[in-house]
Design a protein around this ligand. Structure first.
Ligand SMILES: NC(=O)C1=CN([C@@H]2O[C@H](COP(=O)(O)OP(=O)(O)OC[C@H]3O[C@@H](n4cnc5c(N)ncnc54)[C@H](OP(=O)(O)O)[C@@H]3O)[C@@H](O)[C@H]2O)C=CC1
Ligand SMILES: CC(=O)[C@H](N)C(=O)O
Length: 447
């Protein structure tokens, strides 16, 4: 500052936490973030902590400094804070570690310290971590983690394009964490992750499935996971999603629960953000969230007709619009929309439902024309009656219409797995093949 006051061309850099570089994860061995990572993975325990982690890959920091020095006249007098504008929560990091092949048990912070003390005798980094924690919080409490301050990095971010760093500040996301964990494990600094052994045709792909807590969505999520996809499970009922997730984990698959109501754009965007942080960018989106209520047009059940439009039409648009920029950016992706045979033919007792599925058809066809040249595929799956909770008649629906028009008990319905197989067929095709529509019905009940 004194040099600046005397008229010297000075740029001030104020650094936040520096993490390893993005190629090799070369990292200061005494850094708190690295030591915490080692403490968690060596103990197999994730302490409950209110901690937002902020760090910047050190190669980015050095790039900024070298490039800014080369443009001294442009940037002299500025203060650049190299502090990550988008920290992640420690909880999210632990969730990411869990889906990335590490088994972690949630414990209280105090119990974790007891475990670390036992490990410290045989493990140098754990001993260093305990020393550091003792310095930061001599009382042994975890309040320190909740008190971290941050700095405004707007001035730096505004300068990034002129520094030739157009891709912006490095986000703390799945791809960066994957590099760190892999490189550190190769050097023996972290234990190795358990690999996804399913080895299917879709290995390495990320799929987001709405309506994954029940019926067709659940069967599709399970089938995609069996085939190697990492799956983000979306629906409102978190407890149901957790059961589906546990089933997929037990079968050696990878899944995360992203609870959301698809009628809320904000909740859908948060679910997509969680998917990106924990699994990566979605390659496949399956829109299976939907409702079907028997309501003849004259039955006056407006709360059910409104709900049908909100979930089946608006909800689907919300998820498509949330993932589309990601897929367009990458020049690839596959959107699978659950339409219905009611998207091809009218069904009495289901006027609004039929209308909602005609919407899904029209929307999907126009969308396909808009994005096909950008590398994206859009598939409409049109099942006939499938044996799921959707076919039941709600107490407040039009029971007379259900009795007269529903297919229940009249023929053998499809099973959710029959629809899942059709969807798997569509998403397994080579990129130049577009399976645009699949009508799959009970043999006994063609439209
Ligand atoms: N079953 C059938 O005969 C046929 C079904 N289809 C279509 O297939 C799709 C799936 O139906 P199916 O599996 O049978 O039905 P289910 O009732 O078994 O499942 C519906 C799913 O949608 C989710 N859902 C409902 N509302 C919302 C919401 N607001 N936000 C997020 N998720 C929501 C439910 O989860 P939660 O309650 O936890 O939010 C549930 O996971 C639907 O689009 C349906 O129209 C098409 C043809 C035939
Ligand atoms: C009209 C229908 O019952 C259709 N099979 C559906 O459930 O979407």
């Amino acid at each position: 500052m004194k040099a600046r006051a005397r008229g010297m061309p000075v740029i001030v850099y104020r650094l936040g936490n520096q993490a390893g570089d993005r190629a090799n994860a070369a990292w200061n061995p005494q850094d708190l973030t690295l030591l915490m990572l080692q403490g968690v993975l060596r103990s197999g325990q994730a302490p409950r902590l209110n901690w937002r982690l902020e760090f910047t890959p050190v190669d980015f920091t050095s790039e900024v400094i070298v490039r800014a020095m080369a443009q001294l006249s442009l940037h002299a007098g500025k203060i650049f804070h190299l502090v990550n504008p988008q920290p992640i929560s420690f909880d999210l990091l632990c969730d990411w570690l869990s889906v990335s092949g590490y088994t972690l048990r949630r414990v209280d912070y105090a119990d974790w310290l007891v475990e670390l003390r036992q490990l410290a005798e045989a493990c140098q980094p754990i001993a260093s971590l305990l020393r550091l924690l003792e310095e930061l919080a001599p009382s042994g409490g975890s309040q320190y983690f909740g008190q971290l301050s941050t700095f405004d990095s707007r001035q730096l971010r505004a300068a990034l394009p002129s520094l030739g760093l157009e891709s912006g500040y490095p986000a703390i996301e799945s791809s960066l964490l994957a590099v760190y964990v892999a490189r550190l494990a190769e050097r023996g600094l972290l234990p190795r992750a358990r690999r996804n052994t399913s080895g299917g045709a879709l290995l390495g792909k990320v799929a987001m499935v709405t309506g994954a807590s029940s019926g067709i969505g659940q069967a599709v999520a399970q089938a995609l996971a069996r085939d190697g996809c990492q799956v983000a499970l979306v629906a409102r009922r978190a407890d149901q999603l957790e059961q589906v997730r546990q089933g997929i984990l037990a079968a050696q698959g990878v899944a995360v629960a992203c609870p959301a109501d698809v009628t809320s754009r904000a909740e859908v965007e948060a679910a997509v953000a969680r998917c990106r942080s924990l699994l990566g960018q979605p390659d496949i989106l399956v829109n299976s969230a939907g409702v079907m209520y028997y309501t003849r047009a004259f039955s006056g059940l407006t709360h059910l007709t409104d709900r049908t439009i909100d979930v089946n039409c608006r909800g689907l648009v919300h998820t498509v619009e949330a993932v589309l920029p990601i897929m367009l950016d990458r020049g690839g992706g596959h959107i699978v929309n659950l339409s219905s045979d009611a998207g091809r033919a009218p069904f009495p007792g289901l006027a609004v439902y039929t209308g909602s599925k005609f919407f899904v058809e029209g929307y999907s066809r126009a969308l396909r024309l808009e994005v096909a040249s950008r590398g994206l595929r859009v598939t409409c799956v049109q099942p006939g009656d499938v044996r799921t909770p959707l076919q039941a008649c709600r107490d407040d629906a039009d029971s007379e219409a259900h009795k007269e028009f529903s297919g229940q008990g009249k023929y053998t319905m499809l099973e959710p797995e029959d629809v899942a197989r059709a969807i798997l067929y569509a998403v397994q095709q080579p990129p130049h093949v577009g399976v645009n529509e699949i009508l799959v019905e009970s043999r006994e009940a063609p439209i």
